[in-house]
Design a binder for this molecule. Structure first.
Ligand SMILES: [Mn+2]
Length: 360
């Protein structure tokens, strides 16, 4: 298992590569070019510059996130072929600089969604991302977008890029005709288009789950349960068609048994990487993000790491969203302190599991 850390690039991350390098046991970053719009080619030059900087800091960059899929692909419009060709070019360019896994999602329009980016945790005075569907009921998608942008401390948020959301209302309207079945067909068309390139370049595509793990605003969403991912994995049978198992996204729905889902896809060799974080259930479709420590939330981190050890021990993991602690100001969910604590905790569990199994 390689422990990694999300990094947004020197121009847009308040966390430096030097700081990441000083977190014990960190092998590298899960990176992204946060200035690229969905559908745009990530040029070889851009990829090389980004990765060279990471290598120069003594870190690896074998996983890239947020290569966003253009809405025309998800909607199955005639323009999709050009966007799929662009996507293949990006895959080739990333592979050329040593990238082995690309994380993406197939969520229509809205990426992850929260109703509060800094809800105070009463027990300790820190804050974290929070979701309450009851609050959503009174807000339109446009109000949600405005509120999210306003409370992001001036940082860009992946999936909430302004240019992508500018035509929000129009896009929401277009999706009214698209059922989950049609979305799956469009998804298959996309996978059929990119998988030969992935196989040729030995790059795994890892689909990130819907977050939260149920449909919102009546949009078709298909990636929020084991059954949903079984369908996705079956759309195109390839070792390159894998899951980014985000424990917090899938775990926002208590019906998802996360260690069991890891074992299921781990045994199939269909886990490309994992985002590991904890959630605290507060009621029906209501939760907040918690510290990684099992007792701080409702997920069993030992059982999660043991499932990884047993079924996909060579994978990549990063601590996912952390709380904001010690008065840190940063991009919501992506401060340095709590994610570093989370990484050390997960590495501690990992060391114990490895040692215990060596001595048997
Ligand atoms: Mn995630």
């Amino acid at each position: 298992m390689k422990m990694t850390f999300r990094w947004y690039g020197a121009d847009s991350d308040n966390v430096s590569l030097k700081q990441i390098r000083q977190i014990a046991g960190m092998s590298g970053v899960m990176g992204l070019l946060d200035y690229k719009a969905a559908g745009e080619v990530w040029t070889l030059e851009e990829c090389r510059k980004y990765v060279d900087e990471i290598h120069a800091a003594g870190l690896e960059c074998e996983v890239i996130e947020s290569v966003n899929v253009h809405e025309d692909i998800k909607m199955g419009l005639p323009t999709r072929d050009q966007y799929i060709a662009n996507y293949c070019e990006t895959i080739r360019n990333l592979a050329a600089v040593g990238v082995k896994v690309i994380i993406y999602n197939f969520m229509p329009v809205l990426d992850w969604l929260r109703t509060d980016l800094a809800r105070e945790i009463p027990e300790d005075g820190s804050n974290s991302l929070y979701f309450d569907e009851a609050e959503l009921g009174s807000m339109t998608p446009l109000e949600i977008v405005r509120k999210t942008a306003e409370s992001s401390n001036g940082f860009s948020l992946p999936g909430w890029e302004p240019e992508r959301l500018a035509e929000l209302e129009k896009t929401l309207k277009q999706y009214e005709k698209i059922t989950p079945e049609i979305l799956l067909q469009n998804y298959k068309y996309f996978l059929d288009g990119i998988m030969p390139t992935c196989e040729e370049c030995s790059v795994k595509m890892a689909c990130h789950p819907d977050d939260p793990a149920w449909p919102i605003f009546g949009l078709p969403r298909i990636a929020h349960s084991q059954e949903g991912f079984d369908k996705i994995v079956a759309l195109h049978d390839s070792p390159c068609n894998t899951v980014c198992l985000c424990t917090g996204s899938l775990g926002s729905n208590p019906e998802n048994d996360i260690p069991a889902v890891i074992r299921h896809f781990g045994e199939m060799n269909r886990i490309g990487c994992l985002h590991v974080r904890n959630v605290k259930y507060l009621g029906y479709h209501k939760f907040r993000e918690a510290a990684h420590y099992s007792a701080s939330g409702d997920l069993d981190m030992y059982a999660i790491m043991k499932a990884v050890y047993d079924t996909c021990p060579d994978t990549y993991i990063r601590p996912d969203h952390g709380r904001m602690i010690w008065d840190e100001v940063g991009r919501p969910g992506y401060g340095l302190y709590d994610r570093a604590l989370g990484a050390e905790y997960l590495l501690g569990l990992w060391e114990a599991i490895v040692r215990e199994n060596e001595h048997q």
